[in-house]
Design a protein around this ligand. Structure first.
Ligand code: ASP
Length: 698
């Protein structure tokens, strides 16, 4: 079945299966969708002409209604700027506005008028506008004979130039997206909306019904949705496209498309690199984040203010830790790394017979050698990479020091995160974080981070940690650090935001002094990372081209946070021998799970409304065989006519490791059915005005 219009996209297109085959691997870019055979798409179930999804000349189409919101996906659902996404994607706005007296996380929120909507200080939405292949420009920017570090710097410089030129138009946000380590580079231009306000979120007991017990599981019964509104110049933003809501819903076998921003997958890595991700990333995440969860829970227990402060951090640590466990379990169960190694062997044998592919073999060997080298400092690198998820005080102190060092350099020579275009975000974040700061919890995380750092093997130690904390009792040293620092005070921190390195030094603040001492080691790590990225940009394309040539068919590019489309069908699966899962759940199943005890304690208002209806007729969640990953949360799920039937919010346990490899037998994502959202608004929240605005009520 010819499913490509032409073969130009062979490098980055997805693996193609006959329509009768189960599951379609591939997170397709908008351009790729247009290059697929329309007849094949029709056969799958797409009723719209593909050009309606994306018109590259105008830089718009229905896909422009699928937007990015922070690390999540979302969809416009009204001409008045309403955006539907997951409850867990707007949870931080709920946390930002919660107090012990008015706990919006617990009770939910509904703005009855626009004046009541709640601004998310750091929430931003980007609407896709243009995708330009800039591979040639990037590759040509690398001087002949460049070292890996020079290579990385040259690519970086070119990327910054392209982004700067692209962002000359107002309200425009651009980035150069790298596909499969450098097989292709695409300049992505988006329109940015920075005034985003929370309109509606159900109580936590509905939005995350089942909590961590049900997270990453099926059968599922969560109302994981929330509404925001985007504003432009103080008025509701009017998008050109939005998704009309389908009241008809879905049935088993129906065609659906998941439209969103999958973050990162690892399918193009070599087996040795995958094993490094397993041991140096997911195994450490599972262990150390698991420990941090316990510490945060203990530290905040019994303090209403502490519990609110740590709620967001705790939720994301829980999600990451359980995801890591799922990755480890899935890798072992699916023998994914072993299969990758077997596949590599086949490619190697083939390439050895074709002299033109010999350089690919060297490239792979070199990638593996680099992976083996990086094993030596695995824990140290993980601790450094985890600073953004760890103690806020450490994150802030290291950021303030780095900012002071970077700001004196010309804008285009700074690290991307510290360029002028990023400073308003960084400032907003430093301010907003105060809401999440709770000293006992932060101190506990700091101690854990330091304890791990003090346990590092010789050859991979952090001298600054040894010097400051290697001696006396860690408890006392950390208590003194928090007593003495002003970094944790909002007013002082915001003052530090504008200070130079000399000014920071002159403060003699113990935490800043520690961050200043750590800075050279963090710099050395960054330099090694950039050098490695330079090597990968040289080696990975060489190896991947051989893999693709050997396969003789297009292979999917890994997710990289850019807009993708996945074609799927509503479908159950078998998680293990003798067990068959149906693809849909209803309110009846939710009531069955209700025990009155968290996380299975439904609000009274829902129980009363449910008593007046036949709960088996209120669809709640459904499965489809879409190819999704983290970042796809909140992705609009639409039918063949482009009407909204649901929202993606999770994957099933057996499929968490699909980040490493797609398996059609278990590739299932979990969606909330739009009919449950409408039922809740209508019968529990009585949100008549919203329902009218959504076009779901006359
Ligand atoms: N729950 C995920 C997210 O937060 C979705 C997934 O990983 O499938 O993006």
């Amino acid at each position: 079945m010819p499913i490509l219009r032409n073969t130009a996209l062979a490098c980055v297109a997805a693996v193609l299966l006959a329509p009768s085959a189960p599951g379609v691997e591939g997170k397709w870019t908008p351009q790729q969708v247009l290059e697929l055979d329309p007849a094949w798409l029709r056969q799958l179930g797409l009723q719209l002409p593909p050009e309606r999804l994306w018109d590259p000349r105008r830089g718009t189409g229905l896909l422009a209604a699928a937007v990015n919101i922070g690390g999540c996906s979302a969809g416009f659902v009204s001409e008045t700027g309403l955006i539907l996404t997951n409850h867990h994607c707007l949870f931080n706005v709920l946390q930002e506005h919660s107090t012990p007296q008015r706990d919006l996380m617990t009770h939910g929120f509904l703005a009855r008028t626009p004046e009541e909507e709640l601004p998310g200080r750091t929430t931003r939405v980007t609407v896709p506008r243009r995708f330009t292949d800039v591979t040639r420009e990037i590759v040509d920017a690398v001087p002949a004979g460049a070292s890996d570090l020079e290579r990385r710097e040259a690519i970086d410089r070119k990327q910054k130039e392209l982004v700067a030129a692209c962002e000359r138009s107002p309200d425009t946000r651009c980035r150069v997206a790298v596909f499969d380590g450098g097989v292709q580079y695409v300049l992505v231009e988006s329109f940015e909306l920075s005034d985003v306000r929370l309109v509606y979120a159900p109580p936590r007991a509905i939005g995350e019904f089942g909590g961590e017990i049900d997270n990453w599981m099926w059968p599922r019964h969560a109302g994981d949705f929330a509404l925001a509104r985007a504003y432009k110049d103080g008025k509701p933003y009017r998008p050109e496209f939005w998704f009309p809501i389908s009241r008809a819903g879905v049935r088993p076998g129906d065609f659906v498309m998941v439209l969103g921003y999958p973050g990162r997958t690892l399918r193009s890595l070599t087996a040795a690199e995958m094993a490094l991700q397993r041991d140096g990333f997911f195994a450490l995440r599972a262990r150390i984040y698991g420990e941090w969860i316990q510490l945060l829970e203990q530290a905040a227990r019994g303090s209403p203010e502490g519990e609110i402060a740590v709620a967001g951090t705790l939720k994301s640590l829980h999600n990451m830790a359980k995801n890591a466990q799922g990755q480890l379990a899935g890798l072992a169960r699916g023998r994914i790394i072993e299969k990758q190694a077997e596949e590599e062997k086949r490619v190697e044998e083939w390439a050895a017979r074709h002299p033109q592919w010999r350089p690919a073999l060297d490239a792979r060997r070199e990638l593996d050698r680099l992976a083996a080298e990086r094993r030596r400092a695995m824990l140290r690198d993980f601790l450094i990479e985890s600073i953004p998820n760890g103690p806020l005080a450490l994150r802030h102190a290291t950021q303030l020091v780095r900012l002071a060092a970077e700001r004196v350099r010309p804008d285009m020579e700074r690290e991307p995160e510290y360029m002028d275009r990023e400073l308003p975000r960084l400032r907003a974040r430093l301010e907003r974080d105060q809401k999440s700061f709770y000293r006992p919890a932060d101190e506990a995380l700091m101690k854990s981070w330091l304890r791990h750092a003090l346990s590092l093997p010789d050859g991979a130690r952090l001298q600054a940690v040894d010097a400051a904390f290697g001696g006396a009792s860690l408890d006392e040293a950390v208590a003194r650090l928090y007593d003495g620092t002003k970094v944790t005070r909002l007013d002082e921190r915001m003052r530090m935001f504008g200070e130079s390195l000399d000014q920071l030094r002159a403060r003699h603040d113990p935490l800043l002094d520690f961050a200043l001492a750590l800075e050279p080691e963090l710099r050395a790590y960054d330099r090694a990372r950039r050098e490695h990225e330079g090597a990968v940009s040289r080696l990975r394309p060489a190896w991947r081209r051989a893999v693709i040539a050997h396969a003789g068919r297009p292979i999917a590019p890994d997710a990289n946070g850019t807009l993708r489309v996945s074609f799927a069908h509503v479908k159950g699966y078998s998680p293990r021998e003798a067990v068959e899962y149906l693809p849909q759940t209803t309110l009846a199943g939710m009531l069955e799970k209700h025990t009155g005890e968290e996380p299975f304690a439904l609000p009274q208002a829902l129980l009363e409304a449910a008593a007046k209806t036949d709960p088996a007729r209120v669809p709640l969640n459904f499965l489809s065989d879409a190819d999704t990953t983290g970042g796809n949360s909140g992705s609009p799920v639409v039918n063949g006519r482009g009407e909204l039937v649901g929202l993606n919010f999770d994957r099933v346990w057996e499929n968490v490791a699909n980040d490493f490899g797609y398996n059609p037998a278990i590739a299932r994502n979990v969606n909330v059915d739009i009919r449950f959202f409408l039922w809740l608004l209508e019968h529990v929240d009585r949100a008549d005005a919203l329902l009218r605005e959504l076009g779901a009520r006359q």
